[in-house]
Write a protein that binds this ligand. Sequence first.
Ligand code: AMP
Ligand code: GLY
Length: 432
Amino acid sequence: MRVLIVGNGGREHALAWKLSKSPRLKKLWVAPGNAGTGLEAANIPIAADNIAGLVAFAKKEKVDLVVVGPEAPLTLGLVDALAEEKIRAFGPSKAAAQLEGSKVFCKQLLRQADVPTADYQTFRDADSAMRYIKARYPLENDKAPIVVKADGLASGKGVIVCSRREDALDAIDRIGRKNEFGKAGSQMIIEERLEGPEVSVLAITDGKTIFTLPPAQDHKPAFDGDKGPNTGGMGAYCPTPIIDQEMIEMIEDRILVPTIHTMKRNRKPFRGVLYAGLMMTTAGPKVLEYNVRFGDPECQPLLMRLQSDLLDILEATVDGRLSEIDAPVWDPRPAICVVVASSGYPGEYETGKEITGIDAADSMPNVKVFHAGTRLENGAVLTDGGRVLGVTAIGDSISEAKLHAYTAVQKVRWPGAWCRKDISDKALVAGG
Ligand code: AMP
Ligand code: GLY
């Protein structure tokens, strides 16, 4: 098969690495890719949101399957545009990708499907949102445990978790008046603030059958102990002992199945990866958000543990044949991914620093270094983003996987490189 992966992050390097092991793979491209994907596949300089360019390339090269990594091309309708040319693609249609592309759409669907989620209200302008807050929290220094969210895609930055009334008013001002998130902020949601550990439960579905993948935990805040600003994710591990098999079955019954069923009933059938960001509250699991793709960095430890042929699974999903194939087989050993980032991330950072030691880290047994923000220049690997590498390792226990990963992390260097030191420690708290 001739396969094209769209995207340029750590997730796409992991997808390329895993797909390149398939005996049925003939040719693999990544658009636009990074220095790591260039080792597994041919990189082509077409941006992930250049829909016309990607379709033209897939047509010219007679691509059999396009695997879409990030959310932007999905919400822009890449899968639909490829379908018009009879090119198969793994990922939801533009209509189904609204589950991630619009938080208002997502909340309405959750309500319709009777899936547990935070109570919420939708607002179209800052004035009415502020009136609502002032009516609910009348005193100047009131506590206000709520979350204000811009409706559209904002790279995770459009979610503002508030403690006090002033924070809430400020968040509304940023979204609705200062237009910090542009069109993504033309509607906003105010919802109750939930408490509890967070879990990522991803499922692959063809719209009828679902394969729930082992649960993972991301680490979104920049610094140890979940301090500091939110990032795209500083590390992940899988499986997490935070939830057991019984809880996973309840999440399937109460959350995943009703969501997929309701999407189908609304004539927006969902195919691809449905990623539920869940908070495990004392009242049970509640959906914080849906993503419509593999998580980054959750994808890296997940795929390191996958023993089945990923190409078979992705193809069966696209063809609506998931019920005909065996469920994925997983390495029982846990895996963890530690993200090594540029100095300054998630704020401003410089790029173009030469990275050394990748080969030494990568040649360790049980370790794989996935590139995220890197590029190749005159034979040198340079930093090219905020999240630069996802150093991923597998081990007999979570603490062993952690030791392997951090031993490998110490081998990679560039000026200003840093990482969280506590990836996977949440598992130890849970007694895993
Ligand atoms: P989202 O992009 O909606 O997942 O939000 C990003 C992060 O904000 C989540 O991972 C949570 O840590 C936090 N968050 C979102 N919604 C809520 C909520 N209702 N209560 C508490 N925290 C939330
Ligand atoms: N790991 C969070 C995300 O992919 O959005």
